[in-house]
Write a protein that binds this ligand. Structure first.
Ligand code: HEC
Ligand code: HEC
Ligand code: HEC
Ligand code: HEC
Ligand code: HEC
Length: 457
């Protein structure tokens, strides 16, 4: 705790040197620091200034049903988030409460209505709706220029609750609320404020999805986050493969409004199939599996070397993710190669990446993720402790990685069966057990791609 206060002070000092602003200015610019979130006048508002998504449901039922069950609707209630947030609160005495809450419940943050009592967080019902309709549609600006890195980060947006709902149309009329065209809502910068999580003191980029996208071919071609995460998964796959958006996405945003040529959906599907199901939406969970099964390409080659060893070369390609594969919580997510080589009788000749009895990935497995360490070099998954990544083995957009496996070939065999699987898991089983205790579900391994082949030896 003491140490954290010290680093926080150092941060102020750092800011006063590099930006020539003092602590008072930081407090004025970032009234909910360490979150960079603010309101139009920097003053706290009440959660009752926002409307519940159930009100919007009355006229936008399809959009409501897409959003309900999404990770955005779970962003506060998600038990994995809650468990780690409680650890942060206990270890740091509340100093990062606003940081985590700024993205996971912006309404709870701008209203300062999040309480920590008897070892648990409590807040109003509206704040518990997480990343909700009225939260997103009352965002009025982003504050990228004054963020410490000049990039969107740590909820660097302005929220202005009230009658005006901002969205993509220039000609919409609603009997219930005012509408305003917002170009921001059609751009990745809108999402980037929450999808770039940087350490609040050092600005080390812990989650970097926006930045990965920004320097990709997708950004160059004008393909935004919305074009893959606010359309049906099949549409996103085509967009990613052709690097072209569809000409039409017909829909009816409101039961009493016009039919539109272009309408985005609100499921916000990523790779998480665990939490949606746990919170009651099989639909969102199935869609996440589909997304993962279409994200990567897999190519396998076998060669018998002159030395008599067998060499398997596996190429994993990031085909449809507009950022690294995987992205975001890369220090926790696991994407790995599982290899099983068998002889005719089914005896195992070679294997790699097969889970052990406790459900852990064995040492030596090719895992495409990041390995986070604290200042002393010790492995950690607590975001506030992360000083750097020892390595980052994720695959850039449209990029690929090659992995080689060498093994001794059995004598008196002519043919081998080779099975190569690319797997994904949202959390290591031991992290889930540590956070959720006896309530921890078995974390499923999702098969992203598989190649079966027979090779002559
Ligand atoms: C800048 C916004 C932002 C901040 C600040 C932030 N998060 Fe998150 N958090 C996210 C996003 C976005 C995801 C989802 C990423 C993904 O699914 O890959 C996430 C995911 C998580 C998850 C994984 C949940 C799951 O079920 O997979 C945990 C745990 C978590 N955050 C905890 C925290 C804690 C604790 C803090 C404060 C120390 C914090 N977050 C601060 C945006 C933020
Ligand atoms: C009484 C019905 C009604 C209710 C309740 C309602 N809306 Fe609307 N809304 C409409 C109509 C009608 C439109 C116009 C649709 C169109 O032109 O395609 C609209 C359009 C919108 C737009 C598009 C704005 C633009 O210009 O791009 C947004 C965003 C929106 N509503 C958000 C919300 C939110 C958030 C809520 C809940 C707080 C809500 N609405 C509640 C009827 C309603
Ligand atoms: C994560 C933020 C976010 C949340 C949560 C969210 N929206 Fe949206 N919504 C957007 C964005 C961004 C667009 C514009 C996409 C584009 O045109 O590029 C949009 C578009 C719309 C539109 C215009 C029609 C369309 O779908 O393109 C309406 C109406 C709307 N939202 C209503 C709602 C309602 C009602 C809810 C809650 C049930 C909701 N939104 C939740 C971000 C959000
Ligand atoms: C106010 C902050 C905020 C904004 C704005 C926001 N998100 Fe999120 N988003 C989150 C948080 C927090 C989570 C993770 C919740 C969790 O894991 O508990 C999340 C989760 C997601 C996921 C699911 C990740 C998974 O692992 O399955 C996707 C996809 C996503 N967001 C896309 C978007 C897109 C696209 C936009 C812009 C249109 C956007 N988000 C805007 C905060 C935000
Ligand atoms: C070209 C399509 C495409 C674009 C553009 C795109 N994504 Fe994704 N996204 C995907 C695919 C495919 C996945 C699933 C594979 C993965 O997890 O990386 C995914 C996964 C995610 C996840 C979950 C990651 C995890 O494994 O926990 C988040 C969060 C996310 N995207 C946010 C964003 C944001 C924010 C943007 C814009 C800055 C964006 N995406 C742009 C296709 C896209």
């Amino acid at each position: 705790m003491k140490c954290f206060v010290k680093v926080l002070l150092l941060f102020f000092l750092f800011c006063s040197v590099s930006f020539a602003i003092d602590e008072a200015t930081i407090k004025k610019q970032f009234p909910f620091f360490p979150s960079l979130l603010t309101t139009a006048d920097g003053k706290a508002v009440k959660s009752s200034d926002f409307e519940s998504s159930t009100v919007c449901m009355g006229c936008h039922p399809d959009i409501y049903n897409q959003w309900k069950g999404s990770m955005h609707s779970n962003s506060y209630n998600d038990p994995v988030f809650q468990a780690l947030w409680v650890v942060a609160e206990k270890e740091l005495g509340g100093s990062v409460r606003n940081l985590c809450a700024g993205c996971h419940t912006a309404i709870g943050t701008v209203s300062q209505e999040v309480k920590f009592e008897n070892g648990k967080f409590e807040t109003t019902d509206i704040a518990k709706e997480g990343v909700t309709c009225d939260m997103c549609h009352t965002i009025s600006d982003v504050r990228i220029k004054i963020s410490p890195t000049g990039l969107p980060q740590n909820a660097s947006f302005v929220i202005s609750p009230g009658e005006v709902k901002r969205g993509p149309y220039k000609d919409s009329v609603s009997p219930y609320h005012k509408t305003e065209y917002s170009e921001l809502h059609t751009k990745s910068e809108f999402c980037g404020s929450c999808h770039n999580v940087f350490h609040p003191v050092t600005n080390f980029h812990i989650e970097n999805t926006y930045t990965e996208w920004k320097f990709s071919v997708y950004a160059q071609k004008g393909i935004e986050c919305q074009d893959c995460h606010m359309v049906p998964v099949e549409v996103a796959i085509t967009t990613a493969k052709t690097l072209k958006k569809p000409e039409k996405l017909p829909g009816k945003p409101c039961t009493t409004g016009p039919n539109r040529d272009y309408m985005y959906t609100h499921e916000f599907i990523g790779g998480n199939a665990v939490i949606p199901k746990l919170m009651g939406s099989q639909k969102h969970s199935d869609m996440a599996v589909k997304r993962l099964q279409n994200a990567a390409g897999l190519e396998v080659k076998f060669e018998k070397e002159k030395t008599g060893l067998g060499e398997l070369e596996v190429k994993v390609i990031n085909e449809t993710a507009g950022h690294n594969l995987p992205t975001s919580l890369t220090e926790v997510r696991e994407m790995w190669l599982e290899i099983i080589v068998k002889d005719k009788k089914g005896n195992i000749v070679y294997q790699s990446g097969v889970l052990d009895k406790e459900g852990n990935i064995p040492e030596g497995t090719e895992v495409f993720n990041a390995y986070a360490v604290d200042e002393s070099g010790k492995h950690t998954v607590k975001p506030w402790e992360i000083a750097r990544f020892e390595y980052n083995n994720t695959i850039p957009p449209k990029g690929s990685k090659k992995v080689k496996y060498k093994f001794a070939l059995p004598k008196n065999e002519k043919e081998l069966d080779v099975l190569v699987k690319l797997n994904y898991r949202s959390y290591p089983q031991k992290v889930a057990n540590a956070l959720l205790g006896k309530d921890a579900p078995k974390i499923p391994t999702i098969l992203m791609k598989q190649k079966d082949m027979k090779v002559k030896i």
